[in-house]
Design a binder for this molecule. Structure first.
Ligand SMILES: Cc1cc2nc3c(=O)[nH]c(=O)nc-3n(C[C@H](O)[C@H](O)[C@H](O)COP(=O)(O)O)c2cc1C
Length: 350
């Protein structure tokens, strides 16, 4: 299936601007998601034999396989109902911000096919927390979903850093009821100042407020993750882990895109976050560092540059419980997650 994608569909997609192709993909998924019988058929086709391989249990949630769709693909919750049919074991929507916002001027997403990489500076274009909440209210509710749904929250661009906590809390209050898990994204490089929320004092303030609001929900508390950048030093990661422990977050997502420009990219003059193969090694190093520091006690979702079962397996071996991908699907096609889940099962069997 995916070689058909690579030979026939990808060349057609790649003649389009990256974001235009992305929009076509999101719309196709949205259409598929409205056809439940076809989704169920595809899902059955892709499903791993549960008796032998699953589910993967993380933070009290059951994942039919370890492969998730990373944040940024389905920003407005229109596409996720089809994710299980494509072979994903979980899906993370967003980043959603409290206020609707258009993001940066286009073009803002660039493919590098030889490197299997993308640079993007989308800037959290999304319809805002209220619109996304209204959409989720009409879709399959918690408990009736095929796979867990994560909701990734970010800061609205117009909100100052000093007002960031209230901005995140606003999105949290609106969206928590609909989430199987939530993610605080403090690591996208395309919202000015956002990554400063990874600094110790700002991070503690944010985590204290959101984790407090989460605990106050009692039974309705949701697993809460923090998504970090690959450009942190190990000292900064130590501080982040200290804050995660202090405020009882449930896990970490490592990593977002990088501002580094390794190898080929040293001379590429394009602002934004780099994803795909050039990010792979760094994100795996960070996963490994976190797993060792936390002695395997903090659930890790590993993301960055997964293109096959070997590169996904490296992240699991480094200490991740689950993995996610985005850029790999651009190059390997819509059923890449299904192929990967089967590849990981084969690896486990061996
Ligand atoms: C076009 C694009 C948009 C993205 N948007 C978001 C986003 O809104 N929020 C977020 O947390 N990560 C976002 N990401 C980062 C991905 O979720 C992921 O962390 C990163 O791309 C590394 O994984 P990959 O190499 O498999 O793509 C985006 C990535 C891409 C390529």
């Amino acid at each position: 299936m995916d070689s058909f994608y690579e030979k026939v569909i990808r060349p057609w997609f790649f003649r389009m601007d990256s974001e235009e192709a992305h929009e076509v993909g999101v719309k196709a998924m949205a259409v598929l998601g409205k056809l439940p019988p076809i989704c169920r058929m595809l899902e059955a086709w892709h499903r791993l034999p549960v008796k032998r391989f699953g589910p993967v249990r993380v933070c009290g949630l059951d994942f039919p396989n370890a492969v998730g769709l990373a944040a940024g693909f389905d920003k407005n919750a229109t596409a996720w109902p089809a994710a299980a049919a494509m072979g994903f074991g979980h899906v993370e929507i967003g980043t959603v911000t409290a206020l609707a916002q258009p993001g940066n001027p286009s073009p803002r997403m660039f493919r590098f096919p030889e490197q299997e990489a993308v640079i993007n500076r989308m800037g959290f274009n999304n319809e805002g927390a209220e619109a996304v909440t209204a959409r989720l209210a009409k879709q399959a509710p918690r408990g009736q979903r095929r796979i867990p749904l994560g909701i990734n929250l970010g800061k609205s661009k117009v909100t100052s850093l000093d007002a960031a906590v209230a901005d995140y809390l606003r999105s949290f209050e609106l969206l928590a009821d609909h989430a199987d898990y939530l993610v605080l994204n403090v690591s996208s490089p395309n919202t000015p100042g956002l990554r400063e929320l990874q600094d110790a004092s700002r991070l503690r303030e944010l985590l204290e407020a959101v984790a407090g609001a989460n605990s106050a929900r009692g039974e309705a508390r949701r697993p809460l993750f923090l998504k970090i950048a690959p450009d942190l030093s190990y000292r900064q990661i130590d501080e982040v882990l200290g804050a995660i422990e202090a405020f009882g977050l449930d896990g970490i997502i490592a990593t977002n895109t990088t501002l580094a420009r390794p190898g080929f990219f040293a001379t590429v003059d394009q602002a934004g976050g780099l994803s795909g193969v050039p990010l792979r090694e760094r994100s795996t190093q960070i996963i490994s560092y976190i797993a060792k520091s936390m002695r395997g006690k903090l659930p890790i979702i590993g993301v960055g540059g997964i293109t096959d079962a070997a590169s996904a397996g490296e992240k699991l071996d480094a200490g991740a419980s689950l993995v996610q991908l985005y850029t790999g699907m651009i190059y390997r096609g819509p059923f890449f997650a299904a192929a990967l889940a089967h590849g990981l099962a084969d690896r486990q069997r061996r």
